[in-house]
Design a protein. Structure first.
Length: 289
């Protein structure tokens, strides 16, 4: 006798398959070249402390290139105390310049994200942040708090902050509370000091979306320039609407890793589809289609 419904096992298999797979799925190609021992060490630190500082990710020449590319984009200072009234921010960076591509898809970062999230995870936002002299400390917070799921829980997001200027105790280095990624709903108290992520230019701090942190006070006489990227699980909504913010023309020119991070990918069985098919098909069509 014929049956007209799926078994539970068939339903599970259906949910794990890519049903919009016109285009082959891709892995984090750049991450494959990262030394396994390095990934293990980074992963151990992140699991224990909620963050890891990675020095020497960008050469001096790349740091100079990033600086030259983003400084002309800086505009007015912040709109509110959280953004920083003496802090300049640039949004939709991937549409405006290619100099930060190597930051958002840095191999060592992707290698950690490959362990943390499901395949085809997304970039949630990419910002340039320039903290001017006299800026006050940012409120301590955790980045994936807008996903309203109770703590303690696994991180739904993660972030990097790349130091274009060296981060010091005086110029607004990102502050983070070690181990706070494991906390329940309680906020930090007086006995939970945040530690500044002191690091040379070209370095980055990687931290989980559940780690309590915040920008530091800039008591120096110079601004502190950084580029930060945030990421999320592939089934979550991104903070920046890259579907509207980044043109198809730009999406065609970036690497396969960045294209996938933007959302030109599928989370099985078909999340992210366009007309039942992979969104990558849009890149094969004329812009006026």
């Amino acid at each position: 006798m014929a049956r007209d419904s799926m078994t539970f096992e068939e339903l599970v298999a259906y949910g794990q398959a890519d049903h919009a797979g016109t285009h082959d799925r891709t892995e984090s190609g750049a991450a494959a070249a990262v030394d396994a021992a390095q990934i293990d060490a980074d992963w151990k630190a992140v699991q224990s402390d909620g963050y890891v500082i990675m020095e020497g990710l960008l050469s001096a020449d790349v740091v100079a290139e990033v600086r030259a590319g983003v400084l002309p984009l800086l505009g007015k200072q912040g709109r509110n105390p959280f953004e920083g009234l003496k802090t300049q921010r640039v949004y939709n960076v991937l549409q405006k310049t290619r100099v930060a591509d190597g930051i958002v898809a840095h191999p060592r970062v992707l290698a950690l994200l490959d362990r943390l999230f499901l395949p085809n995870y997304l970039v949630s936002q990419l910002q340039v942040i320039n903290i001017a002299s006299g800026e006050v400390p940012q409120a301590i917070h955790y980045d994936d708090g807008f996903y309203r799921m109770p703590r303690p829980r696994p991180a739904l997001g993660a972030a990097t902050v790349f130091a274009i200027d060296a981060f010091t105790t005086d110029n607004g280095a990102t502050r983070i509370i070690p181990g706070s990624h494991l906390w329940g709903p309680e906020p930090p108290g007086e006995n939970d000091p945040a530690i500044p992520a002191v690091m040379p230019a070209g370095s980055a701090i990687f931290f989980l979306g559940t780690s309590w942190h915040g920008g530091g006070e800039n008591r120096s006489r110079a601004p502190r320039l950084a580029v930060t990227a945030q990421y999320c699980e592939p089934w979550l909504r991104q903070q920046e609407n890259f579907s509207l913010g980044v043109s198809k023309e730009v999406a065609r020119t970036v690497s396969e890793d960045i294209r996938r991070l933007l959302g030109y990918s599928i989370h099985p069985p078909f999340m992210g589809m366009v007309d039942g098919m992979s969104p990558k098909q849009l890149l094969d069509e004329p812009d006026d289609a």
